[in-house]
Design a binder for this molecule. Structure first.
Ligand code: GLU
Length: 425
């Protein structure tokens, strides 16, 4: 079985928090913001670390660690996913929370950024154990979440069932049902049409716009997708539906390739049966590390942070990279890619579809008025296209990369909110 090494285990390991802070420092510099404001944005406003006591199915008591980090409140309540992964640590959650602040600002949602993480491998927990972890973690962070305070959502290793348990636990504590405390809920519990595939839809939509901007037609394009979970799987499907030939796909257990194009529907059925892309008989097995280096037009990293680094950026052959994951490209890799004229659509734009439809879910829940799938998709496309045009125009005007442009737009908006609110007292 091939395993994707977590970046922390590789030679060029960089910490996501260092990357996030470097990106912020560059934006602050470009915007000419003052050092006091920079300091206020470089660290989280509030963070909570909790020990989550838990009984395993065999009766053994154990304890796992969880975090919730709220990076910035200036533009509204904080928003961001909850991650279950053995690699979770406080600094990673801090970086992910900061990226949520910029993402929400960039697409003009009235939120600041937050993130949660529980350090477990969800694959080694039974559904009953996952329910107990989720409920106890929710109970521990209860004082700092709420529909007007901080609104969690799914992320790596969590799903709509996790959100249903969180919503129920919070609601029981309040004595009434509070659907707005989380987003990414099942539709039967107040989830939104189109939320489950929103991140992937946005990634695929921006990928097509990015290819077009480079003069590459969808039906002549090839793609490689790293990660076949919540984001990669449907992104691959949407790309294939648009005519893109998806020739390489990986997940944490392996990778497969087929020059003629992988049948994504059949691959998805194989994953439903076996839990991994590995062993898919209709494509050849390749080392997972080769997917980011595949000879394709488009690369979609849709797994975890730090997979395109100074070590491999010079060998990336894609002309366009669209970041489905948060933080997949390090700053050093960005410079190498920019020098090679590889177009990188940054995470805070590329994968914003998820939090955009989370916002729609929150709005629908708060107003108890439900939108059709078509309405959700139309509004999603509009917000993404506005942000895409805005970032491209800024990038062209200032000679910056799309990431630098996106960061400048987002940070400027957050700084403006602070200026208008002023400092209290
Ligand atoms: N976890 C997703 C992200 O990283 C979605 C967050 C949300 O919907 O609040 O953007």
């Amino acid at each position: 079985m091939t395993t994707v090494a977590h970046p922390a285990a590789t030679a060029s390991a960089t910490r996501p928090l260092d990357e996030a802070r470097t990106q912020l420092a560059h934006a602050v510099d470009r915007l000419g913001l003052d050092e006091g404001l920079h300091r206020m944005m470089a660290q989280p406003r509030r963070e909570m670390t909790v020990l989550v006591p838990l009984r395993r199915d065999d009766g053994t008591p154990t304890v796992v660690t969880g975090h919730r980090v709220q990076h910035n409140f200036w533009r509204g309540p904080t928003k961001g996913g909850l991650r279950f992964s053995p690699h979770v640590d406080l600094d990673e959650v801090r970086a992910l929370a900061m990226w949520m602040t910029w993402k929400c600002a960039l697409v003009n949602l009235p939120y600041g950024g937050a993130k949660g993480g529980v350090r477990i491998d969800p694959r080694s927990f039974s559904p009953a154990e996952l329910e107990r972890v989720t409920r106890r973690y929710t109970a521990e962070i209860l004082p700092i979440i709420g529909p007007e305070v901080d609104i969690p959502a799914p992320d790596v290793g969590t799903d709509e069932q996790t959100m249903a348990w969180m919503m129920d636990t919070y609601s029981v504590s309040r004595g009434h049902t509070v659907p707005g405390v989380v987003t990414g809920k099942p539709i039967a519990l107040g989830g939104s049409q189109g939320r489950a595939e929103a991140t992937s839809r946005g990634v695929a939509h921006l990928a097509l716009l990015a290819l077009e901007s480079r003069g590459i037609r969808a039906d002549a394009a090839t793609a490689a997708v790293q990660g076949f979970g919540k984001v990669g799987r449907d992104a691959a499907r949407f790309l294939a539906e648009a005519g893109v030939r998806v020739v390489a796909v990986s997940d944490a257990d392996g990778a497969v390739a087929d020059e003629a194009g992988i049948d994504i529907g059949r691959l998805a059925a194989h994953v439903d049966r076996t839990g991994t892309v590995a062993g898919f008989a209709e494509a050849s097995a390749i080392p997972a590390s080769e997917v980011v280096l595949a000879d394709v037009d488009l690369l979609v990293p849709a797994a975890i942070e730090g997979v395109i680094t100074a070590d491999n950026a010079a060998s990336v052959r894609a002309r366009v990279i669209v970041e489905g994951a948060n933080g997949p490209t390090t700053t050093a890799a960005d410079a190498i890619l920019a020098a090679r004229d590889v177009l990188v659509v940054p995470d805070i734009l590329a994968n914003a579809g998820g939090v955009i439809v989370s916002y729609f879910e929150w709005v629908q829940g708060n107003t108890a008025l439900w939108w059709s799938k078509g309405e959700v998709e139309q509004r999603l496309t509009r917000l993404l296209e506005e942000a895409w045009e805005d970032v491209r125009a800024y990038s062209a005007r200032t000679g910056t990369t799309l990431r630098e442009a996106a960061m400048c737009r987002a940070v400027a908006r957050v700084a403006e909110a602070q200026r208008l609110r002023g400092l209290y007292p």
